[in-house]
Each structure stands twice: as C-alpha cells, then as structure tokens.
Ligand binder design. Structure first.
Ligand code: ATP
Ligand code: MG
Length: 396
C-alpha cells in the first residue's frame, strides 16, 4: 500500500547508526551503492540520495524499488512514500489524498516524526494530520482514532524542507551493508543449513566465496546442482558480488578415508574440508570460514568433536547457526527461498561409519588419518574449477 502519488522510497537503516560519524558515512555510502546495484539488477529507474540517517530513492516505480530496498542488507525498513514540502498544508493535503485512496473504515492513527527546523512540532502534524484524514473520509465512514494499535497508520516523516508521507514500513533484512567486512569462504553443501549460514554472514556485511566439495562416489550430481541452486538464490541479495561456486574434487580423498580410517573418518573429512577452505581463502583474500554447523546436530558437530578438528585451519570458523535448532533453520530457509533447493539429505552420510566417534580427541583423529591428508586438501583446492551462476530473475 502506498500513497496515490508515491514518487520515492524512504529507506531506514539500523546498526550503522551506532558507528562513529566517519564510519557511518562510509557505511551509508556503501549501502547507497548496494541499493543502486540492486535497482540496476532489477531494471528499476531510480536515483538514490543519501541523507543523514536515511536513504531516499526517487523513482516512478516506488513499489518495485521498495522491494529492492528490502532485499538489501543493512536496510531495516523501507516505505513507498510521496514527497511534499515540509509545510502543514502540504502534509495535510497529502494525508487527505492517501486517506481517500486507502482508508476503508476502522481505526487510524498518524505517526509523525520530525528532524530539522520547522515552525511546528510533530504533535501538530499528528493533530492536524488526523483532522485532515478525518475530514477526507467522514462522509463515507465513521472514522475512529487509535494511536496505540490502529488498523491503518499514516506515517509522516518531516526532514528539513521535505516531508515523506507513507502507509507502510516494510521490513528489510537488517544487518550491515554487504562489502563493509572482509570476505569469508562459505562451505556450501547443497543442504539446508549452509545457505542459511552464508546468508547470515552476508547479512552482517561479509561477502562470501562459496566452496562446494564434490564428494565423488559418495555424493551425486544432484548434490552439486542443489548447492549451486541454493547459492544462485543467495545472489538475489548480492547483485554486485561474485558468488560463482568454487567446485573442489574430494572423491579420491573420501575413498581413501573410507578405506583406511575407522570411526573418526568423518572428523578427518571435516579437517580436510577446513583446509580446503583455508587454501581457497588464501587465494581470494578471505579471512575466515563460514559453515552451517550447529552444536550436536550430527556426531561430527558435538562440542568435543568441533574441538578435535579445530587444528586443521588457522582461520576462524564462523558458525552462525551454532545454537539454532533444525526447525529454526528450516523456517529461515523457507523464508529465504533456499529450502526447496535443499530438500535432500546431503553432507556425506554415505561416508559415515555405523558408530561414529562423538567425543574424539585431536590426537586420536590425527593418529588415525593419513599423514598427508591436509596436503591432499591443498591439492584438491588447487584443482578446483568455477561453476558460473546463471543470472537470477527477481519477480517485481
Ligand atoms: P547442511 O548443513 O548444508 O544442511 P548437512 O547438514 O547435510 O548440510 P553437514 O554434514 O551438517 O551437512 O555439514 C556441516 C557443514 O559442513 C555444512 O553446513 C557445510 O557448511 C559444510 N559441508 C558439508 N558438506 C559439504 C560439501 N560437500 N561441500 C562444502 N561444504 C560442506
Ligand atoms: Mg547440517
């Protein structure tokens, strides 16, 4: 829902506001750039203007531009709005027009905010604006004001010489603008967890470099296709980033682990995986690894086993889902749209021994594995190729 003459989008951001002034400016610039990329990717004409604490998109396509803004990390909320002069007359006129179009009975309220110098206060906007709405609709309805929980809220934000009038604040993802952190390698399996973990890292501003380990006879082409599809889905939030999947051959290593190692082989494979990720990270300038691991989700993810495999990489391993229940991850995956691309059991269940170790020590894991395991991992990483993503089409 938007005012009949909506010609802009008012974009609000959150965590950026707690930074120092200079960091804040840099982050707002980055947010503006990312938003421009998002508009470009969707073929939306719009001019992005940065103003203190807000971005404004001037556009004839306010609905589509609002959707683009709410798919941009760092955006807390966005409102398709009409821009008018910051005078009580102009504001009350705009409110009356919006009311005639969108008020169909029930309670309403005017929520007014103000920044800058004006000869009226926000309570004046509320009072006169409420009056204007009332007069616009009283012939056809019996309007009722409710300031606590109205059926319809008329928003007014008066900023210096301009005022924005809107009817909705649509939620964005929040977080920080993508690209304000150094990149991370994201281990993506084609399962449910890893795309959600990668998305959460991106949400905090870190671009991700997706790495998929091809499990050879222990996996299947469907795994790879799903991994690529889930990543392609993530590209919707990152039109400016290279999300091409780095495809690493790991089948030979798995065959050797399967033949030579007992109930700690899954843990050796995790060590292998971390070392692959570390090697790719060195090449692409990434500073950490993101995985979809959660404490206790599988035997290889007990707190003890995470400790046992930690020595395989010097990079920090970020686990945004550490404390999430599977149902919570599934709910988020559905919301993001990655769930339907990931509804088979993946990971490397075909490698799992009947009785996997749940509390191995690093010494035990390393003693049982081939001495050159981590060297193979580096060789496998060096043998990677790149799967280019098809462009994503976003419905307007
Ligand atoms: P997901 O965790 O993606 O839903 P899964 O639960 O089957 O899949 P796990 O065995 O839980 O996979 O693996 C834990 C994490 O290890 C994954 O979240 C992912 O980050 C990484 N991982 C597992 N398999 C692969 C793979 N083939 N390629 C890249 N990363 C992988
Ligand atoms: Mg998992």
């Amino acid at each position: 829902m938007h005012p009949p003459d909506a010609d802009a989008v008012l974009v609000r951001h959150g965590d950026i506001g707690i930074k120092s002034r200079s960091v804040q400016t840099r982050m707002e610039e980055r947010l503006a750039e990312n938003l421009r990329a998002q508009l470009d990717a969707r073929g939306i004409d719009g001019r992005v203007e940065r103003e203190y604490g807000r971005l404004v998109v001037h556009t004839d396509e306010a609905e589509a531009a609002t959707a683009a803004a709410t798919d941009t990390f760092g955006v807390v909320s966005a409102s398709p709005a009409s821009v008018v002069d910051a005078s009580l007359d102009a504001i009350t006129d705009a409110l009356a027009r919006a009311a005639r179009e969108h008020y169909h009975g029930g309670t309403f309220g005017v929520d007014a905010r103000r920044a800058g110098e004006h000869d009226f206060g926000s309570h004046d906007i509320g009072r006169e604006g409420g009056q204007a709405v009332w007069e616009a609709v009283e012939d056809d309805f019996e309007p009722e004001v409710d300031l606590d929980d109205p059926d319809l809220t008329f928003g007014v934000e008066c900023r210096d010489a301009r005022a924005f009038v809107y009817l909705e604040e649509r939620d964005g993802p929040g977080g920080m603008p993508l690209g304000t952190q150094r990149p991370l390698v994201a281990l993506v399996s084609g399962g449910i967890d890893s795309p959600v973990a990668a998305w959460l890292a991106m949400k905090r501003g870190a671009p991700v470099v997706p790495v998929y380990l091809d499990l050879g006879p222990f996996g299947g082409p469907d795994h790879e296709a799903r991994a690529v599809e889930t990543v392609r889905h993530l590209a919707k939030w990152a039109p400016d980033e290279d999300l091409d999947v780095r495809h690493v051959p790991a089948g030979d290593a798995l065959e050797r682990l399967d033949a030579d190692v007992g109930n700690t082989r899954m843990l050796s494979f995790r060590r292998f995986m971390y070392r692959v990720a570390e090697r790719v990270a060195e090449d692409v300038g990434a500073v950490g690894i993101v995985t979809g691991e959660a404490i206790g989700q599988k035997s290889s993810q007990t707190s003890a086993n995470m400790a046992a495999v930690a020595g395989a990489t010097a990079l920090p391993v970020h686990r945004p889902l550490l404390s999430w229940d599977k149902q919570e991850v599934i709910a988020k995956a559905r919301e993001l749209g990655t769930y339907r691309d990931a509804t088979i059991d993946v990971g490397c269940d075909r490698l799992a021994p009947a009785q996997p170790a749940t509390a191995a020590s690093a010494e035990r894991v390393e003693a049982a594995e081939p001495a050159d395991l981590l060297d193979w991992a580096e060789d496998a990483a060096d043998a990677r190729d790149v799967i280019e993503l098809d462009p994503v089409e976003v419905e307007a």
